[in-house]
Write a protein that binds this ligand. Structure first.
Ligand code: NAD
Length: 261
């Protein structure tokens, strides 16, 4: 029997994490670095990446990149040597701007889709295209909003995150036989700089509807509290490890019970 501690040992594994400067991505970077993985951190926020390396993960490899650009994603994968190829890809970067259907224009739609969905598709294409028959692990980050649209004006976000679920399951089916495990984390109510910004917006603009949405949201949390980003990172570590060797095409909520209430 393989010792339990060995399952969570990531020494010698290279892990790509997108959106690693902040929130859930940053927590994943810390968690995987603690498990002795070599972390390869991607974000548009270069200063955030540098601060993370200088203060917390000195051996991290940094890749400032705008994930809206397919060209930059293609270059990222093309520039990696065979030795640098990652074993695990975590597509975490995402944005959640709100707009009513009637105010949505093409630029808004393109922006949200480009980051939340298309970048994940191109990153998967690069990962599988370079690793070929060697297989690997892909973890995509969706949202409870994909399954249960709750906060108003997040229509485009919900659609993009539903696309992430479909992408995950389709890749799990198409590439399982070649040795790729592809799964999805479905977070909800995790306290990050992103969700804190949303809450601050509600206070600044005295948006009563946002206060009410926040209150209603809170009452659905079976655990009666918001989650810590590391609580999502721990599930990513499980999915990346051989503890999850028979988990394929799964959508795992990490939401304090929001979807079950
Ligand atoms: P966050 O805003 O704290 O961090 C997101 C990171 O993505 C930032 O570092 C940002 O710079 C990066 N990013 C944004 N646009 C980018 C681009 N064009 N190129 C490269 N990097 C870019 O967000 P978070 O709350 O940690 O969310 C992380 C993921 O989890 C997102 O996909 C989000 O939709 C999902 N999610 C979060 C929650 C939650 O409660 N926090 C709930 C459901 C889903």
């Amino acid at each position: 029997m393989i010792p339990t501690s060995q399952f969570l040992q990531m020494k010698g594994k290279r892990i790509v994490i997108t959106g690693a400067s902040s929130g859930i991505g940053k927590a994943m970077a810390l968690r995987f670095a603690d498990a002795q993985a070599e972390v390869m951190l991607l974000d548009i926020d270069q200063a955030g990446l540098v601060a993370l390396k200088e203060n917390l993960i000195p051996h991290a490899a940094l890749y400032p990149i705008d994930l809206r650009s397919r060209e930059e994603i293609i270059s990222f994968w093309a520039d990696l040597s065979e030795q640098e190829l990652p074993h695990v890809l975590i597509n975490n970067a995402g944005i959640y701007p709100a707009k009513d259907l009637l105010d949505i224009d093409e630029a808004f739609l393109r922006e949200v889709f480009a980051i939340n969905l298309e970048s994940m598709l191109w990153m998967c294409q690069g990962f599988i295209g370079r690793r070929k028959k060697r297989g690997g692990v892909i973890i995509n980050v969706s949202s409870v909003e994909a399954v249960l649209p709750f906060k108003e004006d997040l229509l485009i976000y919900s659609v993009s995150k539903a696309g992430v679920l479909a992408l995950t399951r389709a890749l799990a089916r198409d590439y399982g036989r070649v040795g790729y495990r592809v799964n999805c984390i479905v977070p909800g109510a995790v306290k990050t700089p992103g969700t804190t910004r949303l809450a601050r917006l509600a206070v600044q603009k005295l948006r009563l509807d946002l206060f009410k949405a926040g209150y209603d949201f809170q009452t659905r949390l079976a655990l009666n509290r918001w989650g810590h980003p590391d609580e999502v990172a721990r599930v990513a570590l499980f999915l990346a490890s051989d503890l999850a060797s028979y988990v394929q095409g799964a959508m795992i909520p990490v939401d304090g019970g929001f979807l079950s209430s």
